[in-house]
Design a protein. Structure first.
Length: 163
């Protein structure tokens, strides 16, 4: 078996401009913040990669959760019990990678205006992928501890436990 590299280099392709300046009180998932606006300023050297993106209603943003810490066990925002971080969507995780599905409102040059914002101002974006329901949606009933936690989503906001 070939061993993976000990490190992987990634570069941000842009940065989110968001009204959320601190983690405390911000939405914890895009579905709970469907109307929250933000914009992604894609750096000029990556602007050519935006060609044809306006044809998609939703986008998947892969981000670096730059204000989170790295933990292997967390008490997620929608529960009071500790879980292994890989069984959660908590921002405090190895590599601090985030995934947000956002609704594209408009493209203005190298800026993407979107809604469904659950990101801090200054969040580095590592990649953008089009959201395609036929490829991305899976029907399932097995959702672990989330089965009891989802009713709390609409009323739950972030606090400082992931720092």
């Amino acid at each position: 078996m070939t061993m993976p590299p000990s490190s992987i280099e990634v570069r941000p392709i842009g940065v989110v401009q968001s009204p959320f300046k601190t983690t405390t009180g911000m939405p914890i998932q895009t579905v709970a913040s469907a109307d929250a606006p933000a914009r992604l300023e894609v750096f000029p050297e990556y602007a050519a990669g935006l060609r044809d993106i306006e044809g998609f209603e939703y986008l998947i943003l892969i981000t670096h959760l730059h204000q989170a810490s790295e933990k292997l066990e967390v008490v997620p925002f929608m529960d009071t019990r500790s879980h292994g971080v890989f069984a959660t969507r908590a921002p405090a995780r190895p590599n601090r990678l985030g995934l947000s599905i956002v609704r594209l409102v408009r493209v203005q040059g190298n800026c993407l205006h979107f809604q469904g914002n659950d990101m801090l101002d200054g969040t580095p974006v590592l990649d953008i992928k089009p959201y395609v329901p036929a490829l991305d949606v899976r029907a399932t009933e097995r959702i672990g501890w989330f089965a009891q936690g989802l009713e709390k989503l609409a009323s739950t906001v972030s606090d400082d436990r992931m720092r």
